[in-house]
Design a protein around this ligand. Structure first.
Ligand SMILES: [Ca+2]
Length: 432
């Protein structure tokens, strides 16, 4: 099987698995938050923004004469984010209506004048959106109304770094959520699509994380104050949502993603803009995000295990590796099933490590981690390329490269994550 085939097969497998899990979870406060319609994005360290050196090329590519248009995206810098949930689509008119029906303070005729520019829900008739637009993104909303909506569901607005990482959909260094190909009207609702208004959410293909309209349809309000890069990590803007202090926000807020009204250049995952928080306009809406401390910690622990496993390979440390396996773990390797006892397995692994020198372990994509409802079970999917030097059957040392696809099942046993099943397929690189 080629690497490409492995790449295509894994997301399918992931979709099948995730559907087996419940879609609600416990927040720290004990309230159940509905995560239906959200995607779980694993925490990561990534390169945010754009190199200043690329600007002349970008100006030419997008036919832009003003370099300032790209200035706010620079410098490119490393950012680390924790795992989080994010809505798969923009919040719709129908969803926003159920919010204002329950929260009178945010109804069009009751909202405080200090919270909007006079255009809040201007296209609505009282608490009714225009007929036939229930599945379109809500627009003419303010940042505060967006924050209040998310807060009412135990969620919050996404951070700018989270949004950019999520928009990339697992791709590295690409311009758009789908890659580097230029936009056209089949990919996103933007100016050249000539729709001239918001369209049904999810009308265009999702990116690698299952997120729709991260390019176009409506711009999306984010939690962060508008700042030059790098963003100040001292104040976490998501803390605003815990005590509803978002109501006191008066400063400009970041926007992302472009809209039905904008150019191809705005659809780039790094492109930045900002509005005042009370600025309700036609081309801006939002989506929500959420951090679950329990699930977040589980994802982080499993990622730590992943990197510790990697270190065990390079350090020839079979004892540490095997300690992370449950006593009765099952190993399915290229279709062969075994249940090696702990000590036997440790000796096998140590012999393999002693005979090998690991030169490279490169994750082809970030590990995909799915956590069960109560954070007691998890699936971890890993694709990696491994290059090592080892003796062959004839006793001659040779270098080989393999591509592995791993599906591991973990259970929390005695407070520790233990690997219970590992299914792996191994494709020598030469077979490609
Ligand atoms: Ca959008």
């Amino acid at each position: 099987m080629t690497t490409d085939l492995v790449r295509r097969a894994i997301p399918l497998l992931a979709i099948l698995l995730v559907s087996a899990f419940q879609v609600s979870l416990q927040t720290g406060a004990g309230d159940r938050v509905n995560v239906a319609g959200m995607a779980l994005i694993p925490g990561a360290t990534f390169e945010m923004g754009q190199d200043a050196g690329e600007i002349p090329k970008l100006m030419k590519k997008f036919g832009v004469s003003r370099a300032e248009l790209f200035q706010e995206e620079t410098p490119r810098h490393r950012v680390t984010i924790g795992s989080f949930y994010i809505d798969r689509t923009e919040v719709t008119n129908a969803q926003f209506k159920s919010f204002v029906d329950k929260n009178a303070a945010w109804q069009k005729d009751k909202v405080a004048t200090s919270f909007h520019n006079g255009k809040y829900l201007q296209h609505w008739n009282g608490n009714e959106y225009p007929a036939g637009t229930g599945d379109r993104p809500v627009n003419f909303v303010t940042w505060q109304a967006a924050a209040a909506y998310c807060s009412s569901l135990g969620k919050r607005l996404p951070r700018e770094a989270e949004w950019e990482y999520a928009a990339r959909g697992g791709l590295e260094g690409k311009a758009f959520p789908w890659g580097d190909e230029m936009p056209d009207k089949t990919r996103a609702n933007y100016g050249a699509s000539e729709i001239e208004g918001p369209t049904r959410v999810g009308s265009y293909l999702a990116n690698g994380y299952g997120l729709h309209d991260m390019a176009g349809n409506v711009w999306e309000f984010l939690a962060d104050e508008w700042q030059k890069y790098p963003l100040d990590s001292g104040t976490d803007p998501t803390s605003l949502f815990k005590d509803r202090s978002f109501l006191a926000v008066k400063t400009r807020r970041a926007l992302r993603g472009g809209s039905f009204d904008g150019g191809a250049v705005n659809l780039r995952v790094t492109y930045r803009d900002s509005h005042m928080p009370d600025n309700a306009v036609e081309h801006v809406g939002f989506r929500c995000a959420m951090t679950s401390p329990q699930q977040s910690e589980a994802v982080n622990e499993l990622l730590r295990i992943h990197y510790a496993d990697r270190a065990s390979h390079f350090g020839r440390d079979a004892a540490s590796l095997v300690a992370r396996f449950s006593d009765d773990h099952t190993n399915i390797s290229d279709g062969r099933v075994s249940q090696p006892r702990h000590e036997v397995f440790r000796r096998q692994m140590q012999a393999y490590f002693d005979a090998s020198t690991f030169l490279e372990w490169d994750d082809i994509a970030p590990p995909v981690i799915h956590i069960s409802d109560d954070a007691s079970m998890a699936h971890v999917i890993v694709q990696k390329k491994v290059r090592l030097r080892a003796r062959n059957a004839a006793g001659v040392e040779e270098e080989r490269a393999d591509v592995f696809a791993w599906l591991s099942t973990y259970r929390k046993i005695g407070g520790q994550w233990k690997l219970t099943t590992i299914t792996s397929t191994n494709t020598p690189e030469d077979d490609k």
